[in-house]
Design a protein around this ligand. Structure first.
Ligand SMILES: Cc1ncc(C[n+]2csc(CCOP(=O)(O)OP(=O)(O)O)c2C)c(N)n1
Ligand code: SF4
Length: 282
């Protein structure tokens, strides 16, 4: 990745891309469904990436990567890594069908979702990854989102793909290791990267990484791996701070009161216990 990209200052998605590229081999192709990264990379013929990129339709990340894989294999270029790089809207919602198809066929590709918890590129609309209570332009303060964040890791694990993992821009070594591990495996690999968006979350750009770390430390976004859909490994046992500090730091949650935070804390604790139980079973 070169300097001069077009992301907002502190953009977690830009930081995440740097770590993805560190983990990839020299030969890689990246399919980019519509998202902030369609802009960040720069207008043709410029590109902030030193690997070939293919801008694709919003809903086609899994299908386009499958096609690139088939074309490369037909040319005998089996060493080239095929990567889809999509936002949460392009993954949890509109791209889910194509991703599911690719996972079901166990296509040899790495699908990366950088999760900023909304459709940022078109003006902060709620997605299936938006957490309950969050302000977005389609879930205004008076009627915030009530439903839970879609559990994308469970959905991918249910496809029994060889590897699915969460990662965070606040833990670069863990993230790069997971990219390297993923690309060494054959089949469909999925990385779910937590990527702060200072613009959409109404936080200062300089707290971006700190906030991402807090999400892990509070167990809101645990770091773990799932192999073959059944072997769970928790990579970091967080201290388990109360969620308050995480929520109070963000303008998108400013309207939440004590009762809301207590309810969210209860849900986070239950999710953590469930993850621990899955890891014990594995
Ligand atoms: C079929 C279709 N519907 C809507 C759009 C408009 N659109 C372009 S980018 C985008 C938001 C993408 O959100 P996400 O995948 O979460 O990535 P982010 O913008 O947050 O990086 C939308 C709705 C589109 N390009 N194609
Ligand atoms: S809107 Fe958010 S995700 Fe998009 S470039 Fe800006 S900081 Fe990054």
């Amino acid at each position: 990745m070169v300097s001069g990209h077009l992301a907002c200052p502190g953009c977690g998605a830009a930081i995440a891309m740097r770590f993805l590229l560190k983990g990839l081999n020299e030969k890689a192709v990246v399919a980019l469904p519509a998202c902030c990264w369609s802009i960040i990379a720069g207008p043709f013929p410029y590109s902030a990436l030193r690997v070939p990129i293919l801008h694709t339709a919003f809903e086609t990340g899994g299908a386009v990567a499958s096609g690139i894989r088939a074309a490369l294999d037909a040319r005998g270029e089996t060493e080239t890594q095929v990567v889809t790089w999509a936002g949460d809207g392009g993954t949890f919602d509109i791209g889910l069908q194509a991703l599911s198809g690719a996972a079901e066929r166990n296509e040899d590709l790495l699908y990366v979702c950088y999760d900023n918890e909304a459709y940022m590129n078109t003006g902060v609309q709620a997605s299936g990854a938006t957490p309950p209570g969050a302000w977005t332009t389609t879930t205004p303060t008076g009627s915030p989102k009530r439903t839970r964040k879609k559990d994308i890791m469970q959905i991918l694990a249910a496809h029994r793909i060889p590897y699915a993992a969460t990662a965070s821009i606040a833990y670069p070594e863990d993230l790069v290791r997971k990219v390297q591990k993923a690309v060494a495996l054959h089949g469909t690999k999925f990385l779910h990267i937590y990527a702060t968006c200072p613009t959409g979350w109404k936080v200062a750009s300089e707290v971006s990484v700190r906030l991402a770390r807090l999400a892990v430390q509070t167990r809101i976004f645990p770091l773990y791996e799932v192999e073959d859909g059944e072997r769970y490994t928790i990579n970091l046992e967080p201290v388990g701070y109360l969620v308050d500090a995480y929520f109070e730091a963000q303008g998108r949650f400013r309207h939440l009161g004590r009762e809301d935070l207590d309810r969210i804390q209860g849900q986070v604790d239950r999710d953590w216990d469930r993850l621990k139980a899955l890891a014990r079973l594995g």
